[in-house]
Design a protein around this ligand. Structure first.
Ligand SMILES: O=C(O)CCC(=O)C(=O)O
Ligand SMILES: [Fe+2]
Length: 366
């Protein structure tokens, strides 16, 4: 099913509305989904009533950007894991995270490490991924032991553990090659990454009103006002918003605008030195301005979840409406970043495979 979020002519919207109305009725009446094709079954199962109401009520001009959820402030603000003193977040930092939706920058790596690593990243930019068979900035940690070692560095994992708990997985990473003079990444937000194909979420948290996932974003180049540092709308992680299809700005290869007025929020830019990182919930509205310089602004990120959350359950592949391409998941798996995986809910890539071939000095440097 093609769920690309684009403005469609009326003759297309009318039958889509009819079809979605039928699926909504199916859900409301609790009819058996066995008889439905897989795509439609997924929509009935995973879309909640507000998602159907939004897209049908707007005449297929709007939809929630991702599975709707609101944020519930934790009753007690306290670290969820005990860590070495040098990585401890203060009560104020934790409170700042829960209040604003992001935290940082923190130091993790040296400028020299990042400058050297940048050469590796540039070298693979157009090389087909071993995991997916085509060139993609997604999940290169499966084949780049050096990247994997940076991702699981204690400077990062020990801080994340204080918000998500001691046992952590990453299910996805991405390299952001923000090239010379490249455009802005417009304001966006995400929750369970149903945003990817509008059928199935990637992750299945029990309670979507908690912080169930964090993004760690690591600067390989200095990120500045001129080259498009990350920017965040403080306190905007309160809820997932709808998008309007079509619009001036682009988000990769989709065109839409988020129902969000920057002037209603305190929007802050968070510049980073090479080797620094930011922790945020991707539910916080964020983006980056255009790169006005004639040099790259490279960064990489990962999505971190507690081991209690299943990922890509019973899914063989997914289609990304934003990045394009069909991602076969046969070589994909979650990777243990910290602690122990007592749940074993998702396909897992064993640590020996992730570390393979990494020379000892680099392992230590990472
Ligand atoms: O690097 C960027 O400009 C965007 C990063 C982003 O949107 C993310 O990490 O979720
Ligand atoms: Fe993002």
């Amino acid at each position: 099913m093609n769920m690309h979020p684009k403005k469609r002519p009326l003759w297309q919207r009318v039958p889509i509305m009819g079809g979605l109305g039928g699926l909504w009725a199916y859900k409301a009446l609790g009819l058996p989904t066995r008889v439905l094709p897989r795509d439609l079954k997924a929509v009935v199962r995973n879309w909640d009533h507000s998602m159907f109401a939004k897209i049908i009520g707007s005449g297929v001009n709007k939809a929630y950007i991702d599975q709707p959820c609101t944020f519930k402030m934790p009753k007690v603000i306290a670290p969820k894991a005990s860590v070495a003193p040098e990585y401890q977040l203060s009560h104020d930092q934790l409170k700042q995270f829960y209040t604003n939706g992001f935290l940082g920058p923190f130091d993790a790596f040296t400028r020299e490490q990042m400058q050297d690593f940048k050469q590796d990243l540039l070298a693979i930019e157009n090389v087909p991924s071993e995991t997916y068979g085509f060139a993609t900035p997604r999940d290169r940690h499966f084949e780049m032991p050096r990247m994997w070692n940076y991702l699981k560095s204690p400077a990062i994992t020990e801080r994340v553990a204080q918000i998500l708990g001691p046992d952590l997985l990453t299910w996805r990473s991405q390299i952001f090659y923000k090239g010379p003079k490249s455009p802005a990444i417009q304001w966006h937000q995400a929750s369970t990454f149903m945003v990817e194909d509008y059928q199935d979420p990637a992750i299945f948290p029990k309670d979507r009103s908690e912080i169930f996932q964090l993004t760690v974003w690591i600067a390989v180049d200095d990120s500045t006002t001129e080259n498009g540092a990350l920017r965040f709308a403080e306190r905007s992680h309160d809820r997932v918003r709808p998008i309007k299809f079509g619009g001036e700005e682009g988000f990769y290869n989709a065109a839409y605008s988020l129902e969000f007025k920057p002037e209603d929020y305190r929007c802050v830019e968070v510049p980073c030195r090479a080797g620094q990182f930011i922790i945020f919930t991707e539910r916080c509205v964020h983006g980056s301005a255009a790169n006005t310089t004639d040099r790259h602004r490279i960064a990489f990120n990962m999505r971190v979840i507690p081991t209690s959350i299943p990922v890509y359950t019973n899914k063989k592949h997914y289609r990304s409406v934003y990045n394009g391409g069909k991602y076969h998941l046969d070589k994909w798996g979650v990777c243990l970043l910290r602690g122990e995986d007592r749940y074993q809910l998702s396909r897992t890539v064993p640590p020996e495979k992730l570390d393979r071939g990494l020379p000892a000095p680099l392992k230590m440097a990472a």
